[in-house]
Design a protein around this ligand. Sequence first.
Ligand code: NAD
Length: 307
Amino acid sequence: MKIAIAGFGALGARVGVMLQRAGHDVIGIDGWAAHIAAINTKGLTVTEDDGSSKKYFIPVMTPKEVTGEFDLVILLTKTPQLDRMLTDIQPLITKQTQLLVLSNGLGNVEVMAKHVSSQQIIAGVTLWTSDLVQPGEIHVTGTGSIKLQAIDHADITAVVTALNEAGLNAEVSDNVVEAIWHKAGINSVLNPLTVLLDANIAEFGTAGNGMDLALNILDEIKQVGDAAGVNVDVNSILSDLSNLLKPENAGNHYPSMYQDIQAGKRTEIDFLNGYFAKLGRENHIATPFNALVTRLIHAKEDIERVK
Ligand code: NAD
């Protein structure tokens, strides 16, 4: 299958390597010049927990440099970059191209619907992880899975087969929206609160009122979900959070929003707490915790950018 990974950062590169190893024709599309140059000259270095590393040669280009047509485009930009990426890769998309989005957060499908027909859109959520160490190098750990669903009944058998040939543990879901909201619920707690409290996940787990704060955020998400027709299982999210907070599971991990703030980058807050606060406003549901967290993260983005 001819596959483009649009957004060849930490996770896009990991997924790209796995698909290439399974024999697919993979290219990366990205906009970070130093990362592109490093991969195209020295290969992509993938390091594992035991310190071993391997190099992979996957062509990576800017959208303007890519030619040809693709059977599948996997979207793995940060959520704020998705709209721009879809505009830039428009010439590469035919009516037959299927587009799978695995970026976190909510609203991705609405953004995609501005660019392609609903028949082409596959919504997904993934538990695979990866860290970008430096341009041209990622660090991978553990395994993961993908849940996906065509949003308009398209046949996605070939896509699921390709992902599973690569060992990506893909499973078709009959309610991927619920799975996306579940993960967004977890991220809407851990991402902003670790930034605002300047803590890694394990440290956040030691906060006496950490779970109360989580519940404040999640109760609002549940009410917004009810209005949007999405079932939000708060107890199940809290249970996943409790597991993640255990030092043996979370270790010294800092969520991606923490890393984005440190790097002076724009975060995905508008597609997490900010999205829930917006839905709350539209449905006359008070979401003071999500609204405040969103504003504080935007303030933090500004402060770090100026530093
Ligand atoms: P990433 O930040 O590694 O890469 C995203 C984009 O930002 C890429 O185009 C990358 O080239 C660019 N970029 C990264 N660092 C840059 C820098 N210093 N300067 C300029 N450009 C830079 O993002 P990611 O971790 O691959 O995440 C992609 C999506 O997948 C996000 O929505 C994320 O929430 C989601 N996700 C990530 C993981 C993970 O473990 N990485 C897990 C699940 C979901």
